[in-house]
Design a binder for this molecule. Structure first.
Ligand code: ADP
Ligand code: MG
Length: 225
């Protein structure tokens, strides 16, 4: 099982209206995501949840601190090494929906396998995930024809297709009805039970029931519940 550990990571952004020209989106934060564990982070919009998730996922360099993937400092290595580690070990379902318009839904889901050059069994896993998420029939369709909720579920399948040791899901149920919310939370729970370290950023009140660890983000500070 893998572990992702953040030590005193923080991030500011330039903001002219702020007192010294900077606004602290995430104050110095320690966090450990352990294999087999689902950690839920809730909190108001703008409290820094996505910024924290991006730093953990190797997508945004923290201003202070380090992010260790099984002991390897994600931001001390070259960008290509970081990209390789990310594509091999970290699945990310971003808050903002993204898909390549020229590819079918199934091809979009398989993209991480294509980029990692590890396509054996990926097709089968994509089909199983699409079935579990209720989008199996949409595999051949272009992403532009999907509803927001369908595309949301496709991005979750894409994050899971490589069976990553670390899974970071940013508001994965934001645009889903109650039934699909349950489907997605069940799948994230199953990934944790299978050994993944799962981070779930959510507004969903029922999420706590699926989590092993619950935290709240308040104005850039993470508070353990
Ligand atoms: P949340 O996910 O909890 O809604 P975010 O992490 O997206 O919060 O944003 C936290 C704060 O940081 C917000 O006030 C937002 O405006 C600011 N912020 C986020 N990303 C950027 C950026 N790239 N440039 C400037 N400010 C940003
Ligand atoms: Mg967010």
């Amino acid at each position: 099982m893998m572990e992702l550990r953040a030590e005193k990571i923080s991030r500011d952004f330039l903001r002219y209206s702020a007192k010294d020209g900077y606004f602290t989106a995430v104050a110095e934060t320690d966090m450990t995501l352990a294999g087999g564990t689902l950690t839920a982070v809730t909190g108001r919009s703008g409290s820094g949840k996505s910024t924290l998730l991006h730093m953990l996922g190797g997508l945004m360099q923290p201003v202070t601190g380090r992010v260790l993937l099984d002991g390897t400092d994600l931001y001390a290595c070259s960008e290509s090494a970081r990209t390789a580690l990310r594509s091999r070990h970290i699945g990310i379902a971003p808050q903002r929906l993204m898909a390549l318009a020229g590819l079918s839904v199934r091809e979009n889901i398989l993209l991480p396998a294509l980029l990692a050059g590890r396509q054996a069994d990926a097709g089968e896993r994509a089909d199983v995930l699409m079935e579990q998420l209720g989008i199996r029939k949409l595999g051949a369709v272009p992403p532009s024809e999907l509803s927001g909720g369908e595309l949301r579920r496709a991005t979750i399948a894409r994050a899971l297709v490589m069976q990553p040791g670390i899974l970071l899901a940013d508001e994965p149920t934001g645009d889903l009805d109650a039934e699909n919310t349950r489907l997605v939370l069940d799948i994230l729970r199953a990934a944790a039970d299978a050994g993944a370290a799962v981070l779930l950023v959510t507004h969903e009140e029922t999420a706590a029931a699926y989590a092993d660890v619950c935290c709240t983000m308040e104005a850039g500070r993470l508070v353990l519940q």
